[in-house]
Design a protein around this ligand. Structure first.
Ligand code: SF4
Length: 441
């Protein structure tokens, strides 16, 4: 979401003459776009601001101006604190306000002093944004924002606000535009994307499953994905879309957070471990090659050894192709921050280590199971090493093949069959199953 938001901010300031610069030292405007999900982000922000202050002073000595801004969820949650600790920051603004960037910049350049803008404007922000100017082969398209779930550990409902879904018309227009500009894969974004309920022009309300069916008809759109989902919002239409829409990739990030019901209840997750397992069964029946990814929090307040053991069993039962796992960290203002029975750091460390070991083994095993198979790979860029080209498998792993003799431009943007020859934890290597043009070169 923040990658998408950052590129949309660049679109908003482009008409004012701003272009992206290689380094912060060259920039007239630096916006730090922040995430508030984990505690470390705030401290990282202040150390980055310290570095920018040095650059800002160096520019001032040459008679030049560098506007420094903090955007995103840390700005939303801790705006006044940022202004207190770093008074040289010119603008602090939340995620709902970046369509107002030109106005905020104008106020700063007129010498209006530090700006703090953490409004939730009535006008939906997406309607006030210009078109996306640039796209890669893989593009993000934000269809939903905010969340009404109020998980006890999470800041999103406070920083991004209530659930809001864009209209079907606006989404389809943006998708067509992205494809016209060269995108071949679209990832639909939202904090709680499968809670999507967008209004169509005839006044009917569409869920995510119906939207996916409509978008899949766009010519040259080869792949669709969506992230991030809540298990309680996986309805039958969305599960059926996994069966019926070939361009919906067989990879789903579906956070569960814990495999123990007492912890899920304390987290206010609104689902039990068995509900998730039931869902996995339905999804795999609909799309047998579906690979799953998830999020886990270990050491949530009150998590016992028995609860944690259940999480490990749960992971072994499901089998994940990849997952993100974190130690619980207290986020100020969330209900969990005030819960008793906070878990000592060393216990959290040990649990995280044990969980990550199993998840890493599962990821390696999943990747190795692909060796010898032929997979469609969507090629998007140069590889890490010279003479390589990079693409993504249906399961999102980076996949590298030797650069074909016809060169990069002959292959970027194409989805081609690749025989997988080797696998590592995070990437695959392979060779084209049929050389470009169908002739062995
Ligand atoms: S569903 Fe996701 S975004 Fe919403 S409160 Fe829970 S963790 Fe946060």
């Amino acid at each position: 979401m923040n990658v998408y938001d950052s590129s949309r901010m660049a679109d908003v300031v482009a008409p004012l003459g701003y272009e992206s610069s290689e380094t912060a030292a060259d920039a007239d405007l630096v916006i730090l776009n922040t995430c508030h999900i984990r505690e470390k982000a705030t401290e990282k922000l202040f150390s980055e601001l310290g570095r920018l202050r040095t650059l800002q002073k160096a520019k001032a000595e040459k008679g030049e101006r560098m506007i420094v801004a903090v955007a995103g969820c840390v700005a939303q949650a801790e705006g006044a604190e940022i202004q207190r600790r770093a008074p040289y920051v010119d603008m602090v603004f939340g995620p709902q306000t970046y369509p107002q960037l030109p106005e905020m910049i104008a106020r700063v350049t007129r010498g209006a002093g530090g700006i703090l803008n953490t409004d939730f404007p009535v006008e939906p922000k997406f309607d006030a944004l210009p078109q996306q100017e640039k796209t890669g082969i893989s593009a993000f398209l934000s269809i939903q924002e905010g969340c009404d779930k109020f998980c006890a550990f999470c800041v999103v409902p406070y920083t991004r606000g209530a659930e809001y879904s864009r209209s079907i018309k606006a989404i389809c227009e943006e998708a067509h535009l992205l494809i016209e500009k060269g995108a071949r894969e679209i990832t639909l974004l939202g904090q709680n994307v499968n809670a999507f309920h967008g209004m169509a022009e005839d006044g009917s309300v569409w869920g995510l499953g119906k939207l996916i069916h409509a978008l899949a008809k766009i010519p040259n759109l080869k792949r669709l994905r969506y992230t991030t989902s809540h298990p309680s919002d996986m309805d039958a239409a969305l599960i059926d879309a996994h069966r019926d829409v070939p361009s919906l990739m067989p990879f789903l990030h579906l956070p569960v957070q814990s495999g123990a019901d007492p912890v899920l209840a304390a987290m206010n997750r609104k689902h039990k471990a068995a509900d998730y397992l039931d869902l996995v069964g339905k999804l795999r029946a609909a799309r047998p090659d579906l690979a799953l990814s998830s999020d886990f929090i270990v050491g949530f307040p009150g998590e016992t050894e028995a609860d944690f053991a259940q999480t490990l069993d749960f992971v072994r039962t499901v089998g994940f192709a990849q997952a993100y796992s974190f130690k619980y960290s207290r986020r100020p203002g969330t209900p969990a921050a005030a819960l008793p029975n906070q878990i000592p750091e060393e216990v959290k460390d040990a649990r995280l280590h044990a969980l990550q070991e199993i998840l890493r083994d599962q990821q390696i095993k999943f990747n190795q199971s692909l060796v010898g198979k032929t997979l469609p790979v969507l090629f998007d860029d140069d590889g890490r090493h010279e003479g390589q080209i990079h693409g993504r498998s249906p399961f999102t792993q980076s996949t590298y093949i030797p650069l074909p003799p016809r060169g990069r431009d002959a292959i970027v943007g194409q989805e081609l069959q690749v025989i997988i020859t080797s696998a590592r934890q995070n990437s695959l290597k392979g060779d084209l199953a049929i050389p470009l043009g169908g002739v062995r070169e």
